[in-house]
Design a protein around this ligand. Sequence first.
Ligand code: GLU
Length: 300
Amino acid sequence: MISTTLGYVGRFAPSPSGPLHFGSLVAALGSYLQAKSQQGKWLVRVEDLDPPREMPGAADDILRTLEAYGLYWDGGIMYQSQRHEAYQAQIDQWLSEHHAYYCQCTRKQIKAAGGFYPGTCRDLQLSAQGCAVRLKVDQPITEFDDLLHGRIEIPLSLAQEDFIIHRRDGLFAYNLAVVLDDIEQGVTEIVRGADLIEPTGRQIGLYRQLNQPEVRYLHLPLAVTENGNKLSKQNHAPAIDKQQPKPTLLAAMRFLAMTPPAELSQASLAEILDWGVQNWQHNALPKSTAITLAFKNDEL
Ligand code: GLU
């Protein structure tokens, strides 16, 4: 049965560091099915925030791959590379209100201090030159509820750390960008891979700091290879096949604990996705954060 959540907006937010692989297809499909089974909108945002880690042409290739899999998004695409003014304006506001401050500490110094940033530069009134910007965390988020995993506890040492919103190298921090963008796009629920459970507390902290209504979270199990590595662009996970999407789409559904009937492999992509929307049950997902692939990734 399809339940209706009024005004549901979900999204898929790939970083263009390489082509779409099986692990990112799972995130795309899971967020798509969760949105469409609630008659929601499903948006796509290209997270091109970190040019040195990007691969030329990957953003377009990812979009073409989504289309080849029948995963059509609603509305226009947001690109983080076009959002710098909004990120900077928010940072400037927090700096002027003393909710944020410049920090000159290196990673090495923080490691030597025990691994967590102890607030060394909080009251030093440093200027921008060669510095990162950190947000003052006065109300640490030590737990949150995930739709699949239930209550997730965050260690206090991590939760209370003043974290970076603008990096020393001039790049905007992922946590800041993702929250400002999700607010701008009106996202109500975030469905993504379990590798992003850890920064979720910081992101909730940003919503609170911005006085914005919080979103719901559902972290999908990650696809890992037999040796326990996450399938990722950094690990050079192979691109999924754009020419023959059906077997891979059905494999992604099975990964998401669905049991598509055998005859569905003869159906059209649209029919397969339709079946997915009708039969999607996020409660059926295994509560593990990682699932070892039962097939070799290069078989896809
Ligand atoms: N861009 C991130 C990634 O590709 C996902 C961010 C998110 O879903 O919040 O891993």
